[in-house]
Design a protein. Structure first.
Length: 351
């Protein structure tokens, strides 16, 4: 019985395609890219405009960001399917939304009526109601219709289904789009994603782990995580295991990690099966070691491509994707490591 419960719990946790992003977390990350969005067409392609805080964020900030257009598409198989969620007007007629079908909202202008000059939630609801249009297909990000919208867009910002993350990123790369998306920290160790990071084609956003405070989950989900909570009737899990992945440049990613420690062979053993030293904490990277070093994957949060070069990842073996297979010290297997090498002359930090 206990075993069965554990199994069920695990299954529930793994169906994490139904995690909805909190507005506070979107605001926290997006504030670093404000200038970038001016004149851009933004596409949120896993985002039912009625439930997505990404759509809400861009609609609320449409004018202050200077957006050219905002497009948001829902997916017909979304967990909220079948719930009728209000009326909209089209060509003078009123319709009740059938969200068994997928729909889109396209916004090219937001006229502000209130005195403080900012969009309000009531404005947003009005915008959705008047501009909602059914899609012909099911809103799958891979459908022809959504790909046409993708081609039109400059940048995609969303939290896509975790179970399709590789395919999702591959499509963005194929269409040469800029993006800012949420993924699981483990995505760093997916060979295709790692190769993109190694080649400096994509990188991490401003924060990972606890930086993303939680996700809204449907009622049927069990709450878990140290900061799991119910807020404004929304069930929130705190997974502490996600990151932002992007190919939009920002100044902070070019800051050096400050290094304090000197190399010595006792504290930094060499791997049994690879010519590199083990550094078990990012803060312990020695400032004076010129060879290859194995660091935890959380190091990627602080990675500056001018300071260190990425050599390989131990989470997989495919050499064409820069995998080196598991690493061992004294016969003991280490956690997944990223192998890096210093590019610049290391300087001891005096702070
Ligand atoms: C992790 S949730 C995030 C939802 C929303 N982007 C947010 O951040 O709140 C992923 C969403 O993608 C939708 N989805 C799943 N498969 C999809 C697909 N093939 N194409 C488009 N959307 C999909 C799910 O219905 C779900 O709403």
């Amino acid at each position: 019985m206990v075993r069965e419960n554990k199994f069920l719990e695990k299954a529930k946790k793994s169906k994490n395609d139904e995690f909805y992003t909190l507005l506070v977390d979107i605001e926290k990350e997006l504030k670093y890219y404000k200038k970038f969005f001016k004149g851009k067409i933004v596409f949120c392609n896993c985002d039912d405009p009625y439930e997505s805080n990404f759509f809400k964020y861009f609609a609320l900030n449409f004018n202050s960001l200077g957006l050219k257009k905002l497009i948001s598409t829902s997916y017909a198989s979304s967990p909220v399917v079948g719930k009728e969620i209000g009326l909209f007007e089209h060509e003078g007629k009123e319709y009740r939304i059938n969200n068994k079908r997928a729909y889109k909202v396209v916004v090219s202008e937001i006229k502000i009526n209130n005195e403080d000059g900012g969009e309000t939630l009531d404005d947003i609801k009005g915008i959705i109601r008047h501009r909602i249009r059914y899609l012909k297909e099911d809103g799958d990000f891979r459908s022809e219709e959504c790909i046409e919208l993708l081609k039109e867009a400059d940048v995609v910002v969303t939290n896509p289904p975790f179970s399709m993350f590789r395919e999702y990123v591959a499509q963005l790369m194929e269409y040469n789009k800029q993006f800012l998306i949420i993924g699981n920290i483990n995505a760093i160790t997916y060979k295709e994603i790692f190769a993109l990071i190694k080649n400096n084609k994509v990188w991490l956003g401003h924060g990972m782990g606890r930086w993303i405070s939680g996700f809204i989950v449907p009622d049927k989900y069990e709450l878990y995580g140290t900061e799991a909570r119910i807020e404004n009737n929304q069930r929130i899990v705190s997974t502490n295991n996600c990151l932002w992945l992007t190919n939009i440049d920002f100044p902070e990613r070019h800051n050096d990690i400050k290094l304090f420690r000197r190399y010595n062979p006792e504290d930094y053993p060499t791997y049994d099966n690879y010519e590199a030293i083990e550094v078990s904490k990012t803060t312990d990277i020695p400032y004076d070691y010129d060879g290859i070093m194995g660091v935890p994957i959380s190091y990627m949060d602080k990675f500056n491509p001018e300071q260190f070069e990425i050599i390989a990842c131990s989470a997989f073996s495919d050499e064409e994707y820069f995998g080196c297979g598991s690493l061992y010290v004294g016969g003991k297997k280490k956690y997944a490591r990223i192998l890096i090498r210093r590019k610049k002359e290391g300087v001891e930090d005096e702070d």
